[in-house]
Design a protein around this ligand. Structure first.
Ligand code: FEO
Length: 396
């Protein structure tokens, strides 16, 4: 049990070994944590639990600190199992303890655990008196990122328990943002936003305005994954505002896959052309078959323009590109420009197909694309450089 502030304690689990999350959908190169908090005022409140594999350890650790019967309320900010997974083991020992959550969370918890626990539903603005002059104020966070999501704010200590929002999949033996490597922290925070929260960007902007309008002083933002923001906690809120508003850096990324090197040679020479014509812009090349898909999507999220390259195969494109473009469509990136390229030997449909998929993903095509038959010769290499120069100039 680690002290967060006054009578608030961290009782979660740091998962250093985690490398895949949401099944195999999200890579966690730096592990993660499942943050659970215990508030010990006149009333004792547990906020969220941990993922099921750690349920036994979690409940035993709690028992080492308090008599479980002392827990007056359990707040479930979100029903997804990385936070609710230890509930069955805990509730087996304190079955009548009220579980405070949104109405949607009742559906989620009953659907997953098939238990008729003592649910007490709350809506935005409702409060729970903890004694000692402190209250928990509940804030529905509908669709950030599930329909059941909620946050709660502890008056007096001025702590916002934000659940998934403002989190990072980042394991650390430290608790706070000022104690960790800032580059690693922000890399994990933007990856988390790009891959999990980006589809809900319009709601993020709206929700941040709603929270700021409440004029609640915020000393600490305590998400349910990763480190806790205590040094300038609103810095992550400001980052979210930026990320939610058609975010882009001065970067272009070439996402390509290749069979016999032709499309890779095209990518490298297009990149040369971009760099020569626009020295200010960052240019990155990522082979989508060989790069972690969440890292690819994060780099795409950071970019002003996304160039898509694939050879033609079976009148279509290579599968790794198809998966990434489908991912971008689902994540609903906004304001990105795009162009396509690719080699072919016979029928040559790839560029047309890439254009069609880019359109569907909401990318703005700035060129019809560049095709090259067989392996590029010197003239075609020059054509790639010129194509890159044209793209680079258009991004000035
Ligand atoms: Fe961390 Fe949506 O669960």
């Amino acid at each position: 049990m680690l002290n967060v502030k006054n009578n608030v304690f961290w009782v979660g689990k740091v998962d250093w070994e985690l490398r895949r999350f949401h099944g195999d959908e999200y890579s966690t190169h730096r592990g993660s944590s499942y943050n659970s908090f215990l508030i010990k005022e006149e009333k004792t409140v547990l906020i969220d639990t941990v993922w099921k594999p750690f349920a036994g350890e979690f409940v035993q650790n709690l028992k080492n600190e308090i008599d479980l019967q002392e827990i007056d309320y359990i707040v479930v900010n979100h029903g997804e199992v990385d936070h609710s997974g230890a509930l069955p083991e805990l509730m087996a020992q304190i079955p009548d303890t009220p579980i405070i959550c949104t109405q949607n969370a009742v559906q989620s918890l009953q659907g997953q655990f098939h238990q008729d626990w003592n649910f007490q539903t709350v809506k935005t603005g409702e409060k729970l008196d903890l004694g000692n002059g402190k209250e928990l104020i509940f804030l529905e966070m509908r669709l950030l990122h599930w329909p059941d999501s909620m946050a709660c704010y502890l008056t007096g200590d001025e702590i916002l328990f934000s659940n998934d929002a403002f989190g990072q999949h980042y394991a650390s033996e430290k608790l706070y943002n000022d104690q960790v490597d800032q580059c690693e922290l922000m890399a994990e925070a933007i990856k988390y936003y790009a891959n999990i929260l980006a589809p809900f960007s319009p709601l993020v902007e709206k929700k941040i305005k709603e929270i700021l309008a409440l004029e609640l002083p915020v000393d600490i933002i305590a998400p349910s994954h990763g480190i806790i923001w205590r040094d300038n906690p609103l810095q992550i809120v400001e980052k979210y505002r930026g990320w939610a508003a058609s975010y882009m850096e001065n970067q272009v990324v070439l996402l390509y896959d290749t069979m016999w090197e032709g499309t890779r040679i095209m990518a490298e020479n297009i990149a040369r052309g971009i760099g020569a014509s626009n020295p200010e812009i960052e240019v990155k090349l990522l082979n989508t078959a060989r790069t972690d898909k969440n890292d690819v999507l994060t780099e795409a999220f950071r970019s002003r323009a996304i160039l898509l390259g694939s050879p033609t195969v079976n009148r279509s494109i290579l599968m790794s590109l198809a998966a990434i473009i489908d991912g971008m469509e689902a994540l609903r990136f906004k304001g990105k420009k795009a162009a396509s390229f690719g080699c072919y030997g016979w029928s040559g449909e790839a560029v047309g197909k890439l254009n069609e998929m880019a359109n569907r993903a909401g990318l703005e095509l700035i060129d019809d694309g560049l095709r090259c038959r067989w392996r590029p010769d010197q003239k075609e290499i020059e054509d790639c450089i010129k194509f890159g120069e044209k793209i680079g100039k258009s991004l000035k």
